[in-house]
Write a protein that binds this ligand. Structure first.
Ligand SMILES: Nc1nc2c(ncn2[C@@H]2O[C@H](COP(=O)(O)OP(=O)(O)OP(=O)(O)O)[C@@H](O)[C@H]2O)c(=O)[nH]1
Ligand SMILES: [Mg+2]
Length: 358
């Protein structure tokens, strides 16, 4: 089925984008997706590749950046922490170059793993997959006053454990910072004033003496480059994308150009629904919800009919998800369905039902 579809494609040069979009449409069965993931990469002779791991604190904007780089929303994004629960990858194939983006969950603590129902593997080795990367992107939310003045210990540990992998610093959400000169102070602190082996020529950051004592643990003096950007700004994202394209080295592609992500269609669906639950439900409520895909079928005119059951652990939570006269669950189904239509490039009719399961 995939083969005959590919043969009908009009122009070879459009393959990257067209194929990735269209083949994803067909990926409504895990078996088909696996066959695509396992298919031999269709690389040109002069193929180049770069595997980029994006790490950072929860909510830094890692998934937003990944989506923007891919040009499609394949990762869930929300204003709440721990939107991403497990590492997944996005594949950007353009011309002769393949960029593999590893979107990782934000670092966490044992108490949060329990509270937010996260995978415990995140604690053992939060960024296990980083070791496969050719480039590490450390992302920091500059609008978060608590997080932006020092690199998190887990981030520093990760950098120290992989000294041979080049790392760059990305200061994200610059649109939210009014006094732009603050960005230079933040850069000086997070890089210990050294970028690519060169001491930065910025005005010194004046720190109280007690802060100076901690200075050796605050930043990382081995970043190759620093980017200050807003993941929601197309132009900024293009600049970073060009940097990746230039950094790519001759090597074999890992995936067929039709692959956009390694998430299964079902996972894409439940992650997008989770995103809406995180956006709409208060505090800890969405973290305790679970989901089961009950029905997944292609209709006669090509539309996807999907039915998902949402399980709440408390009666009060269930009432919140349903909302007055069922308005909340209807809104979530509508928005998630619209997002999924954009992901699968076809109409998606999403039905959600809510059940209590203690
Ligand atoms: N204003 C602004 N908001 C941003 C920017 N980048 C991301 N955001 C917002 O920040 C929030 C968190 O974004 P995510 O992409 O989910 O962050 P994450 O790092 O993947 O978070 P986890 O998966 O929880 O670790 C969302 O509400 C985004 O819309 C940016 O450049 N500017
Ligand atoms: Mg994320």
């Amino acid at each position: 089925m995939l083969m005959s579809f590919q043969e009908r494609l009009p122009a070879a040069e459009e393959r990257g984008t067209v194929l990735s979009s269209l083949l994803l449409v067909l990926l409504h069965r895990r078996r088909e997706q696996l066959s695509l993931l396992l298919r031999h990469p269709d690389q040109p002779d002069n193929s180049k590749v770069l595997k980029v791991a994006i790490i950072g604190a929860p909510n830094a904007g890692k998934s937003t950046l990944s989506n923007q780089l891919l040009g499609r929303k394949v990762f869930a994004v929300s204003k709440k922490v721990h939107t991403t629960r497990s590492r997944s990858l996005g594949v950007l194939t353009e011309d002769d170059t393949q960029i593999i983006l590893l979107d990782t969950p934000g670092l966490t603590t044992p108490s949060k793993v329990k509270r937010h129902h996260l995978e415990t593997s995140l604690l053992v080795d939060p960024w296990n997959t980083v070791k496969e990367a050719d480039l590490m992107v450390v992302m920091v939310d500059v609008a978060d006053r608590w997080m932006c003045n020092r690199l998190d210990f887990e981030v520093l540990k990760c950098l120290a454990q992989h000294p041979d992998i080049p790392a760059i610093l990305v200061l994200n959400k610059v649109d939210l910072v009014k006094a732009k000169d603050r960005l230079l102070d933040i850069t000086a602190q997070l890089t210990c004033g050294v970028v690519n082996g060169q001491r930065m020529r910025v005005r010194p950051v004046i720190k109280p003496p007690w802060l100076k004592a901690l200075s050796s643990q605050r930043g990382w003096p081995h970043f190759k480059d620093v980017f200050m950007l807003s993941s929601v700004d197309r132009e900024d994202v293009e600049t970073l994308k060009s940097y990746f394209m230039v950094a790519a080295k001759p090597g074999s592609w890992q995936y067929h150009s039709g692959v956009l992500t390694d998430q299964s269609p079902e996972d894409l669906c439940t992650n997008i629904i989770r995103e809406k639950l995180l956006e709409y439900l208060p505090q800890e409520v969405p973290y305790s919800m679970t989901q089961a895909v009950e029905f997944w079928q292609e209709g006669e005119s090509g539309e996807l009919n999907i039915s998902v059951k949402l399980y709440a652990t408390k009666d009060t939570h269930m009432k919140m998800v349903i909302g007055a006269a069922g308005q909340m669950v209807a809104q979530i189904a509508k928005e998630a369905g619209e997002d999924l239509s954009r992901v699968f490039l076809r109409e998606v009719k999403l039905k959600l039902s809510v059940k209590l399961r203690k």
